[in-house]
Design a protein. Structure first.
Length: 289
């Protein structure tokens, strides 16, 4: 199959919404947050030729205990406690959001992955994404992890033939949202004020006041966003025009049908756009507004 794409964004840009709308279509499966909450992304990207067992060893590594506590405190709790795998990244979002998800899904994926023979890690990951799409009865996979603009260079190096949807949003809106989101707060505090991570959990739970957190939060988020954008510019220019599409968050809200048609025709040009899909997608936007 090998028909894949990535939704690329700087975080808090509406990638969750866009992925939800796209996944409503019967031919597209969105692999949610496969690379999210992983401290070992660079290790995965640099595996080169490896066995399926070697890849699985990296994939099953848990998120940090501190990040788990922040997510838990922030009520970002999708499957955080499911089946006792409290810190398993795949059980955080990727698998539970699949329609076919059961208590055995993780074991089934492990069984599939560990039987893969030596191959390039990019091929292994493509096969995994294809398998997830097939389990959902869909032909095309789209991976969506928030703030993956930070490592789009590595993604393009691994997947030079994939398609890329670049999603943008007003910078100030992104920054305002980032400074309220537990994950971005955690990344900021753990980098600049590691001793404040416990205090961050207390803040999210309402146990301490905002003035007890590190100052300069908004400015730091803005700087982080600008660094992410500037670091990705060269890679964005390198991707062939036929493999990239630029989408603005406001167009999703205000020109939903046209924007989704562009996205779908870009992702799966062999299949006609479904009126039923557009109707359901537009109703989701109306409910959001």
């Amino acid at each position: 199959m090998n028909r894949g794409a990535f939704i690329i964004s700087a975080g808090r840009s509406g990638s969750t919404l866009l992925s939800q709308l796209i996944s409503l279509h019967s031919s597209i499966h969105v692999v949610q947050e496969f690379f999210g909450y992983r401290s070992n992304k660079k290790k995965i990207f640099s595996l080169g030729s490896c066995s399926g067992e070697e890849l699985w060893t990296e994939l099953e590594k848990p998120m940090s205990k501190e990040l788990y506590e922040v997510l838990k405190a922030g009520h970002i709790s999708t499957a955080l406690n499911i089946h006792g795998a409290k810190q398993n990244v795949l059980l955080r979002t990727t698998l539970p959001l699949m329609n076919c998800f059961t208590a055995e899904t993780l074991t089934q994926l492990e069984d599939y992955c560990t039987k893969l023979e030596n191959d390039d890690v990019a091929n292994h990951l493509s096969h995994l994404f294809e398998k997830l799409a097939l389990w959902e009865g869909k032909a095309v996979w789209v991976e969506r992890t928030g703030a993956n603009l930070a490592y789009v260079k590595e993604l393009f190096q691994l997947f030079p033939k994939a398609k890329y949807i670049f999603l943008s949003r007003n910078r100030e809106d992104c920054v305002n949202s980032m400074q309220r989101h537990p994950t971005f707060l955690f990344r900021y505090c753990s980098k600049h004020y590691p001793s404040k991570v416990k205090r961050l959990c207390d803040f999210i739970l309402g146990k301490v006041n905002a003035h007890e957190l590190p100052i300069g939060l908004k400015e730091a988020m803005d700087s982080q966003l600008r660094d992410m954008e500037s670091g990705a510019t060269e890679t964005m220019d390198e991707i062939p025009e036929s493999q990239k599409l630029y989408v603005d968050y406001n167009d999703i809200l205000n020109n939903t049908e046209r924007t989704l048609k562009y996205c779908f025709q870009f992702l799966n040009p062999e299949v006609s756009v479904s009126d039923d899909w557009l109707t359901v997608a537009k109703s989701m936007i109306i409910q959001k507004n």
